[in-house]
Design a protein around this ligand. Structure first.
Ligand code: A3D
Length: 304
C-alpha cells in the first residue's frame, strides 16, 4: 500500500510519522518547498531503527514519486492564524487545491483523496469538482476530529474513560458544526439525562471553539496532533474495511435533506472509500441545524 501526503508541514509530517510507525504503508511526503520534505523523510528514516519500522519513506517535490498511490492526503495550504476564521482561507487555499489536484488526477487516478486543507468542506468540494473522481473517493477529514475533541471534553466533564463516551459530531467544520446529543451516551446513559440544557449548550460550544482555542494558544499556526490522529483513524478504517461509523465531509445528494454540498455526515469507510452514508435517527432540531450548517458551506462554495 502507498500513501502520499501533499504538504509536509505540521499536519503532513505528523501524519507521516503515524503512518510510518504503524507500518501500514509506504509513505511519500511532497511539498513545494525544496528540501523540507526530503529532510523530514530522512529524519523519519533515521528514527526507524530505534522505533522498529521498516517501510519506505520518500521526501520529494516531484509528483512522479507519488505515482499509483492508494490514498492521497492533501494538507497543502495555509493554516489560520489568531483572529482568522477558516473561511478567510478560501481564496488562498482554493488555488493551492486546484494546483495539487491537477497533478494527482494524472499521477494517481485511482486513489482515495482525503482532504485536510481548510476551509475543509469547501476545499473537499473543490477537490471533488477538479478531480472528476467518484464521490465515494473524495473525503474531507473534519468530523472525525470534531468527534474526538468532543469525546475528550465529555470524558473530562463526566470523569469517565474515553471508551465510555459514545458520540458523533456532524455538519460543517466550523462554528455551525452539530454535536449530536441524541447519539451521545456516557457509560451507556443518554447525556440529555445527565446534564441540564445550559450545561449541554456550554459543552457543545466548547467543541465548536476547540480549534480556535489551540490557534490562540500556539500564537502561530493551528492544531496538528489531533488532526493527524483523526486522519489516521480514517486511514485505518479504509484499510480494515470495517463497518465503523465515522463522521467525514462528503457529497450529500439528498441524505438528511441536503444536496449538492460537502458537509460532515456519518459514513462507513472501506477499501474503495465511502461505502455508504448512514441514516441515523436524529431530533428535528438537530436536522434543522444540520441543514443550516450545510447552507453555510454552500455560501462559502459560492465565493470560490
Ligand atoms: P503548515 O505547517 O503551514 O503546512 C502546510 C504545508 O503546505 C507547508 O509545508 C507548505 O509549504 C505546503 N504547501 C503550500 N502550498 C503547496 C502546494 N501547492 N503544494 C504542496 N505543498 C504546498 O500547515 P498545517 O500542516 O498546520 O495545516 C495544513 C492545512 O490543514 C491548513 O489549511 C490547515 O488550516 C488545515 N488543517 C485542517 C484541519 C481540519 O480539521 C480540517 C486541522 C488542522 C489543519
Amino acid at each position: 500500500m502507498k500513501i502520499s501526503i501533499i504538504g509536509s508541514g505540521n499536519v503532513g509530517a505528523t501524519l507521516a510519522k503515524r503512518v510510518a510507525e504503524s507500518e501500514l504503508a509506504d509513505c511519500v511526503l511532497l511539498d513545494v518547498v525544496k528540501g523540507v520534505p526530503q529532510g523530514k523523510a530522512l529524519d523519519l528514516l533515521h528514527a526507524a531503527p530505534s522505533v522498529g519500522y521498516q517501510k519506505k519513506i520518500t521526501g520529494t517535490n516531484d509528483y512522479n514519486d507519488t505515482k499509483g498511490s492508494d490514498i492521497v492526503v492533501v494538507t497543502a495550504g495555509f493554516p489560520r492564524q489568531p483572529g482568522m476564521s477558516r473561511g478567510d482561507l478560501v481564496k488562498k487555499n482554493g488555488s493551492i487545491i486546484k494546483a495539487v489536484i491537477k497533478n494527482i488526477k494524472t499521477t494517481s487516478p485511482n486513489a482515495i483523496l482525503i482532504i485536510i486543507t481548510n476551509p475543509l468542506d469547501a476545499m473537499a468540494y473543490l477537490a471533488y469538482k477538479e478531480s472528476g473522481f467518484d464521490k465515494s473517493r473524495v473525503i474531507g477529514m473534519a468530523g472525525t476530529l470534531d468527534t474526538t475533541r468532543f469525546k475528550y471534553i465529555l470524558a473530562s466533564e463526566f470523569g469517565v474513560k474515553y471508551k465510555d463516551v459514545e458520540t458523533i459530531v456532524l455538519g460543517q467544520h466550523g462554528p455551525s458544526m452539530v454535536p449530536l446529543l441524541s447519539h451521545t451516551r456516557i457509560s451507556g446513559k443518554p447525556i440529555t439525562e445527565m446534564a441540564k440544557k445550559d450545561k449541554l449548550e456550554e459543552l457543545k460550544n466548547k467543541v465548536r471553539e476547540s480549534g480556535a482555542k489551540i490557534v490562540g494558544l500556539l500564537g502561530k499556526g493551528s492544531a496538528y496532533y489531533a488532526p493527524s490522529a483523526a486522519c489516521f483513524e480514517m486511514i485505518k478504517a479504509i484499510v480494515a474495511n470495517n463497518d465503523k461509523i465515522l463522521s467525514v465531509s462528503c457529497l450529500a445528494q439528498g441524505e438528511y435533506g441536503i444536496s449538492g454540498v460537502f458537509t460532515g455526515l456519518p459514513v462507513r469507510l472501506g477499501r474503495k472509500g465511502i461505502k455508504e452514508i448512514v441514516k441515523l435517527n436524529i431530533e428535528a432540531d438537530e436536522l434543522k441545524a444540520l441543514k443550516e450548517s450545510a447552507d453555510s458551506v454552500k455560501e462559502m462554495i459560492s465565493t470560490l
